[in-house]
Design a binder for this molecule. Structure first.
Ligand SMILES: Nc1ncnc2c1ncn2[C@@H]1O[C@H](COP(=O)(O)OP(=O)(O)OP(=O)(O)O)[C@@H](O)[C@H]1O
Ligand SMILES: [Mg+2]
Length: 403
């Protein structure tokens, strides 16, 4: 995917400009730069987006004229599907307002018009040099984190979607949510995203899947999070097996930095494969007797599966402050440390957010629950601590399970 044969040193630039005059001026400037390949497009549509993804350019220059409103939208889409490329915009009238909005869509640089050839060349050279030293130009080595409820309804979907958007906002890395609640998945609703394709289509075409095209076709949240939804029909869930999961995760690791899996809360070959292949598992629990009982059983099973304590992280959701005193008792009972606690939020706020399809960390960033999710995200990203990731649990239980 990254290798370009003998062309590694050749830089690819793409120019999208509907105006023949400005396009030709810029073409001339760029053609005078050595070792650069330039492809130009006049129009913008899904087909062009697909072609740009295939070219995997270092820089894309987009002229926002004649219709900055719709072209800004396109700029956002473009930025989300570019692997490592930098987005540059230009317009005859670059007002501060337009610059601000373009920045929000991910633009890294602005070329004022009329173009100054030397400045354009200098800016392109520095953007392309930046790319060379950027670790993002290497294959991603995404982290797989599975959120597994010790019981249904403990908040797996809520926490998956909120962690995903807050990760995407904070780390500026590629985040994908994989909805593995194959029959009743609802991450798409929580994120208010519609998709033409689901994991069923991906599994069906797994042997000749084009990851760049996949990235383009899956829906993106405004924060940049990509979603791979669960199947649309119940019966399609049946055809997805452990081998599909394994291959899909392998592929996603190469193209995303974070793969968050919203798992269904029971063990079968699909969920166990996801757990085996995960770097970390957030085991979600709440403090009621049946869930505590299940949590204990899950922890025992994970230990049998050979998962380390660094891999399995216990998260208490819907935590009430008066239960604080019970925490050591709880840890004693479960013989397991609590990694994080997410407070209980009032019903109106949480359900309101779900019904509007806006994660609470975005809608109510100051809510205690949102702050706790952000803290959990910071724990996961590590900032030094926990850097050496436990590898996927090769010693998994799957073989045993399948017998
Ligand atoms: N910290 C919290 N405070 C208050 N309510 C919460 C909290 N976390 C989740 N909820 C609520 O719990 C309900 C179930 O959440 P969610 O759908 O995320 O659970 P789930 O584990 O994905 O369920 P399922 O097993 O059905 O997939 C939702 O109404 C959600 O708003
Ligand atoms: Mg759910």
């Amino acid at each position: 995917m990254n290798g370009k044969g003998g062309m590694e040193n050749r830089k690819q630039i793409v120019l999208v400009d509907a105006n023949l005059f400005t396009r030709e001026v810029l073409q001339k400037i760029i053609e005078s730069i050595e070792d650069v390949r330039l492809d130009s497009f006049e129009t913008i549509d899904d087909a062009v987006l697909g072609e740009i993804v295939k070219l995997d350019p270092q820089v894309v220059i987009l002229n926002l004229d004649p219709d900055p409103e719709s072209l800004l939208d396109f700029a956002g889409q473009l930025n989300r599907v570019l692997r490592d490329g930098a987005l540059v915009v230009t317009a005859a009238d670059m007002t501060p307002e337009l610059i601000r909005r373009a920045m929000r869509q991910g633009a890294r640089e602005f070329f004022p018009q009329p173009y100054n050839g030397d400045e354009v060349k200098l800016a392109l050279a520095s953007l392309m040099a930046l790319q060379r030293s950027s670790p993002r130009t290497q294959t991603h080595a995404g982290q797989v984190v599975t959120l597994f409820g010790a019981k249904g309804g403990v908040g797996a979907t809520t926490l998956t979607t909120n962690l995903a958007v807050s990760l995407a906002q904070e780390v500026q890395e590629e985040v994908i949510v994989l909805d593995l609640n194959l029959q009743f998945g609802n991450d798409a609703l929580f994120l208010n995203l519609k998709s033409k394709y689901s994991i069923f289509d991906v599994a069906k075409n797994i042997s000749d899947l084009d990851p760049a095209l996949l990235k383009k076709t899956l829906p993106h949240h405004a924060t940049g999070v990509t979603l791979l939804p669960s199947p649309f029909r119940f019966e399609d869930a049946e055809s997805i097996n452990a081998a599909h999961i394994s291959r899909i995760l392998q592929l996603l690791r190469e193209h995303y930095d974070w793969i968050l899996i919203d798992s269904h809360p029971y063990f079968n070959e699909v969920s166990i494969q996801a757990l085996d292949d995960s770097d970390r598992i957030l085991l979600l629990s709440i403090l009621d007797l049946p869930t505590i009982f299940n949590t204990r059983r899950c922890l025992e099973l994970f230990a049998k599966m050979g998962y380390s304590r660094e891999k399995v992280l216990l998260v208490l959701n819907r935590y009430l402050s008066y239960e604080g005193a019970d925490l050591p008792e709880m840890e004693q009972l479960l013989q397991y440390p609590v990694y994080a606690r997410i407070p209980n939020q009032d019903f109106n706020s949480t359900v309101g957010c779900i019904n509007q399809g806006i994660p609470i960390t975005l809608k109510m960033p100051n809510a205690k629950m949102s702050q706790a999710i952000v803290e959990l995200r910071d724990l996961l990203t590590g900032q030094g601590a926990g850097k050496e990731r436990p590898g996927p649990g090769r010693s998994g239980f799957l073989g045993l399970w399948k017998k």
